[in-house]
Design a protein around this ligand. Sequence first.
Ligand code: UDB
Ligand code: ZN
Length: 181
Amino acid sequence: MLTMDDIVREGNPILRAVAQEVVMPPTHEEKETLKKMREFLINSQDDEIAEKYKLRAGIGLAAPQIGISKRMIAVYIPEEDKIHDYTLFNPKIISHSVENTYLEGGEGCLSVDREVPGYVPRHARVKVKAYNIDGKEITLKLKGLPAIAIQHEIDHLDGIMFYDHINKENPFAIPDHCPTN
Ligand code: UDB
Ligand code: ZN
């Protein structure tokens, strides 16, 4: 299983590289990697397993974060009514809302071992095209935390860190195009 020792940390240039597209259909090894990434998220959200292996409770993970510079992400977010469970190859935002949003508590990252204060502007809603674990093309329409998480993960595929988006002058300035403005 993957543990925190497998997570590449800030400072490693792989986190600043643009990851390679995965050729469809994916190989057995690529599919297994994606399944391991999803399993890490599920384990990290299990209190007993997380405590035993000292895992941070993750909701998303991109392949560059485990040292693999390929366009693969996993998102696992259990909500009240539905679980947002995505394992994706070559995810791409094909359209998004004008409206922006941000997490009130700011963002963190499994690859960043420090707190970085400030609001991270994100599209409030996104339409994402991708290939699922079976190599089938799919389209997702997301809002709320799943939308924020998938943008954070796709950023990793392009070498972008969440704090790149924080306003340098005033980290807590409400981003443009947020409903509260
Ligand atoms: C996370 N989790 O997994 F708003 F119930 C973060 C960590 C870095 C704090 C573990 C997280 O934000 N959980 C969360 C957020 C909520 C409500 C809730 C749980 N990541 C994944 C990551 O680093 N992927 O590369 C960072 C998140 C920042 C925004 C979404 C992903
Ligand atoms: Zn991250």
